[in-house]
Design a protein around this ligand. Structure first.
Ligand code: MG
Length: 262
């Protein structure tokens, strides 16, 4: 099932269930209870929002070996956790803004995003997926100059618009083996599969739940595969007018253009 969050002409935020080009408008909230109203609208006639407004936005560094290798970092012995500000979240088709403070070395990172449905604390790896609402495409946009200057990553990863999510939450997905790609202006920059994660989705949920309560609406970005712009020869940086697409098999395509921060 594809869960969408959207606005219509009246500007109100609604949830719905998308099938093809049709959205069945729903009442309630996917984190508690969602019921179909019977009213239908066209997907092409609404503005899709990020499918969830996360209460916490957690992310993993170096969770694909080929990416750990390209950045010259060691393969972590445990999931390498960092956080992104939730104010960085944008939806599909919203522009990524190159920040005034750091416009020159902004990079893309295609990632599978896990959305937690049920409060999770000390859950086992075996039970972990039962706490998941579903999955969406994420882009862990990063200002590499800030990332290397700061010694930790909070600022580099938290500029406004640096967390595109969408286009919807797919509830029926096995996260163990999905092709994941990033295209920049139509060119494939990252092309991998979630089976190549060092720490699997169930392992990560279990691990994080032993640190903190994973509240309903928590989003976990599970790391990016190889092919980031800063690790290429020559390096590639996002520029105004670019189009970045994150595609995950079984979910869909998250598209965002790039602009200068006004
Ligand atoms: Mg990342």
């Amino acid at each position: 099932m594809r869960l969408v969050r959207f606005t219509e002409q009246d500007g109100r935020t609604r949830y719905g269930i998308a099938e093809g080009d049709t959205i069945t408008v729903a009442r309630g909230n996917p984190l508690s209870r969602l019921t179909r109203t019977g009213r239908e609208v066209r997907l092409s006639e609404v503005k899709l929002l990020a499918p969830i407004a996360p209460c916490n936005l957690l992310a993993l560094g170096r969770n694909y070996k080929a990416h750990a290798d390209e950045v010259g970092g060691e393969v972590p012995q445990a999931p390498l956790l960092f956080t992104k500000a939730t104010s960085a979240v944008i939806g599909p088709d919203e522009p990524i803004l190159l920040p005034r403070a750091a416009p020159d070395r902004v990079d893309y990172e295609a990632e599978l995003a896990v959305v937690i449905k049920t409060r999770a604390r000390h859950v086992s790896e075996r039970d972990a997926l039962a706490y998941v609402l579903g999955y969406t495409c994420g882009n862990d946009v990063s200002a590499r100059d800030c990332q290397s200057a700061d010694g930790q990553w909070a600022r580099a990863k938290s500029f406004d618009t640096f967390a595109p999510l969408g286009p919807w939450i797919e509830t029926d997905l096995d996260p163990a083996s999905c092709n994941i790609r990033c295209r920049l202006n139509g060119n494939i920059m990252q092309d991998s599969n979630t089976s190549l994660m060092i720490f699997s989705v169930p392992y990560v949920i279990s691990y994080l739940s032993r640190c903190m309560t994973l509240l309903p609406g928590t989003v976990i970005l599970t790391g990016t595969p190889a092919g980031c712009g800063f690790a290429r020869q020559p390096q590639v940086w996002l520029r105004p007018g670019d189009l970045v697409e994150v595609e995950i098999e079984g979910i869909g395509v998250l598209r965002n253009s790039v602009q200068k921060e006004p």
